[in-house]
Design a protein around this ligand. Structure first.
Ligand code: NAD
Length: 421
């Protein structure tokens, strides 16, 4: 049973004007006029100046919306900030195919992040490691004293793990502080706790603390997404087989896996940026996780169900927040979270993974059938026309002509402009 009445399914969305699209989003997500005004406004310079150093202005990216999504039986429209053409259309198309079989299902684990404390210059590392574990409750208490808000929300430091690593500079003890960060991304929260623990761990072990910082390999905070893609809509079972052949290369070869996973991140980063989250953290976590078995491989996997439909699954770490960080400050990030209607970081993570799977399906589907360039070319041709100096009225004529001729090149665009002027 679908839990919300308003459908995210809409045909010909791309043909609408910008104001018609905004009207659809306003209605879908119950936006106010004030919310709508944010679409065309820029981050004010004082806010930007408080966010980073040496500010000169703002750097804008296009913000679009992917439609047609059903995730965990709920309709979603998904804001995406990206400079790359075709990405938003591809996600919307994949979501349209996925919804035939009920859309995406996704599940995020508890929001457990890992903080690392590196201890050096210890003679008896095994004894020191044991000492740390013997003082676990005391250590967790000091960590939790740093963030009463988190603890009151049911989160906070929950556990300790101790690893002994050999290195060219000698043995070191790496203490992992496991923190439930609730609806935050958690980097600041975890780093504050790690720094507060440093003196106590040094005293306890007679060692020297060097690093005390979050790990971006958030492998205790995992999201999984799954969808079934209808074989008939894909063009028949032979197309599913072609798809699986293409996917297999990503499973066995890092050269292909890197591009395959980049396709996943096309979707994921766009939403991570739109919600003001830390896209470097998500990227680092994803690629480290893709190498967890010793060889870099695909983050997604595909197989056929008993009826010959394609089943896709995606699994990756998901350090996203809906409180804290830039997402709280940036008006467009706040608006994007309102468009999604999310109440928890877990829900955001489930949307992020579903979008990543949609994006990945769309790319491999295109690659194993018509090729990726067909979808890319129309917007690419428009960009080339603009680069060649086409005016607003000339852009479509120039790009249509180049596509017709199969020659999407700057010099040809310039010639066409001369011909039509
Ligand atoms: P934050 O410190 O701004 O917000 C988190 C705090 O908000 C919590 O500690 C808690 O006290 C409070 N809070 C209120 N309501 C909460 C709720 N419902 N759930 C959880 N906490 C709640 O941000 P953060 O999430 O700790 O850190 C994120 C920021 O840290 C990002 O901007 C990121 O770019 C940056 N950062 C990242 C790294 C990295 O390695 N990836 C390193 C340093 C900083």
């Amino acid at each position: 049973m679908i839990s919300n009445k308003k459908s995210s399914k809409i045909s010909g969305f791309y043909k609408m004007s910008v104001s018609e699209r905004i009207e659809f989003v306003k209605d879908f997500s119950d936006l106010t006029e004030e919310d709508v005004s944010i679409f065309s406004s820029s981050l004010d310079i004082e806010t930007a100046d408080r966010m980073v150093e040496n500010v000169l202005g703002n750097f804008e990216l296009p913000l679009g919306i992917a439609v047609n999504f059903i995730i965990n039986n709920k309709n979603y429209i998904i804001p995406m900030a990206t400079e790359e053409s075709s990405v938003i259309a591809a996600a919307s198309n994949a979501a349209k195919i996925a919804r035939i079989k009920g859309g995406f299902t996704a599940e995020c684990s508890d929001p457990l992040m890992i903080g690392q404390l590196q201890l050096l210059h210890i003679d008896d590392v095994a004894g020191a490691a044991q000492k740390i574990m013997n003082h676990k409750n005391e250590i967790l208490k000091i960590a939790n004293d740093q963030d009463k808000i988190l603890v009151d929300l049911g989160g906070g430091a929950k556990d300790l793990e101790v690893r002994i690593l050999d290195s060219p500079i000698g043995k070191m003890i790496i203490t992992h502080l496991i923190v439930d960060v609730r609806d935050a991304m958690g980097a600041n929260a975890v780093n504050t706790m790690c720094e507060a623990l440093a003196p106590m761990l040094e005293e306890l072990t007679d060692g020297k603390i060097r690093l005390k910082i979050l790990s971006n390999l958030a492998d205790k905070r995992i999201v999984k997404a799954k969808a079934v893609f209808d074989k008939e809509k894909m063009g028949g079972e032979s197309v599913v087989d072609d798809f699986l052949e293409s996917y297999t290369l990503a499973a066995i070869d890092p050269y292909r896996a890197a591009t395959h996973n980049k396709g996943i991140m096309n979707g994921i980063d766009s939403l991570i940026i739109a919600t003001g989250n830390d896209f470097r953290a998500i990227e680092a976590g994803a690629h480290a996780y893709a190498s967890r078995n010793g060889q870099y491989t695909s983050l997604s996997s595909y197989y056929k169900d008993k009826d010959g439909n394609l089943v896709g699954e995606l699994e990756l770490p998901m350090a996203v927040g809906i409180v804290g960080g830039a997402g709280n400050i940036h008006p467009k990030a706040r608006l994007c979270k309102k468009i999604l209607g999310i109440k928890t970081a877990k829900e955001l993570g489930e949307i992020v993974a579903s979008l990543g799977l949609a994006q990945n399906f769309a790319a491999v589907f295109a690659l194993s059938t018509v090729g990726i360039q067909k979808g890319h070319m129309s917007l690419h041709a428009k960009n080339i026309a603009v680069m060649a100096g086409a005016t607003k009225d000339e852009i479509d004529k120039v790009s249509d002509q180049m596509i017709k001729e199969g020659k999407i090149k700057l010099d040809r665009a310039k010639e066409i402009i001369e011909e039509i002027r």
